[in-house]
Design a protein around this ligand. Structure first.
Ligand SMILES: [Mn+2]
Length: 299
């Protein structure tokens, strides 16, 4: 077991993370992995007291300033559960720091913090968008990156709150029955799933909603990835007895965006992302009484 006092010190003084040796980092990765391995691919939360709050947080992409601000708000308001929608690393200036802080939160309070897999929790994306190189530069050893990959392999893929609200990174997949296939399967049993499910898992991490669109169409993002319209979204939700969806994966200049008559909320939790829109606020969502309240982050 890793010392909890040590983890708390890292969260309170993130500059200490820059000096950590790989041995320390490896312990954090291992410890967090032990928790993820016991979780289901599809997480289910049923709050008896619906007045209690669940916080949902979108892409962080190495933005430590935004992450620390979010942690401040979480500590102040003390929600029951906090769900990160993935894409913690790549692109931003403090990728490993953000990942380690979120894993430290997980280890310290494993029944409160949950992390879903985003499309950037993969080797291919990390090799292209910075995290892999960052990591190798820091530790002069690419073999150590295997520890990161082992962690990615056991992340859950989606979460359902009170049987009504679905949380995931990208969007609904074409496979309308995928949630039934995933239910009750442990993250480490992912490989036992049928091959046919893997495209659905991929699309959950990659797909995007598109206003005014009918059906699924090929996405600019790449092969197998789809944009989806309101008709197929409504079908998917109805078939699975769901009412609302929260996702991330796209940055909008206004901070968050509603789609499909306020049934899908898109959030993004890295402020001023890549300078794409100047300035773009970070957002997050609060779930309370089976409703979604989008929030902008004042930095
Ligand atoms: Mn993404």
């Amino acid at each position: 077991m890793i010392e909890h006092a040590f983890l708390k010190e890292l969260i309170n003084n993130p500059f200490l993370l820059s000096d950590l040796r790989f041995d320390d980092i490896s312990k954090i990765l291992q410890n967090a992995k032990d928790f993820f391995e016991k979780e289901n691919l599809l997480l289910e939360f049923n709050l008896k007291d619906k007045d209690k709050e669940i916080y949902v947080i979108g892409d962080i992409h190495g933005n430590l300033d935004t992450l620390l601000k979010l942690i401040e708000i979480i500590n102040k308001n003390n929600p029951e559960v906090v769900i990160f929608l993935g894409d913690i690393v790549d692109r931003g200036p403090k990728q490993l720091e953000c990942l380690l802080i979120i894993l430290a939160l997980k280890i310290l309070d494993s029944q409160k913090y949950y992390i879903l897999k985003g499309n950037h929790e993969t080797l291919e994306m990390n090799q292209y968008y910075g995290f892999f190189q960052d990591f190798v530069n820091r530790f002069n050893n690419s073999d150590n990156f295997n520890e990161i990959l082992k962690l990615y392999n056991v992340l859950p893929i989606c979460a359902i709150i009170n049987d009504t609200i679905l949380c995931l990174h990208g969007g609904i997949p074409q496979d309308i029955d995928i949630l039934k296939e995933l239910r009750g399967i442990k993250t480490k049993e992912r490989k036992s799933l049928l091959k046919s499910v893997s495209l659905g898992l991929f699309q959950i991490m990659w797909n995007d909603p598109k206003a005014g669109l009918k059906g699924f169409t090929e996405s600019f993002r790449g092969s197998g990835i789809k944009s989806f319209g309101e008709d197929v979204f409504d079908n998917f939700m109805k078939e699975n007895n769901l009412k609302l969806l929260i996702r991330s994966h796209e940055c909008f200049p206004e901070g968050y965006r509603w789609f499909f008559h306020n049934h899908l909320l898109s959030i993004f939790s890295s402020a001023n992302y890549r300078g794409m829109f100047a300035p773009s606020p970070a957002s997050y969502a609060i779930i309370k009484n089976d409703e979604i309240i989008p929030k902008l982050l004042e930095l």
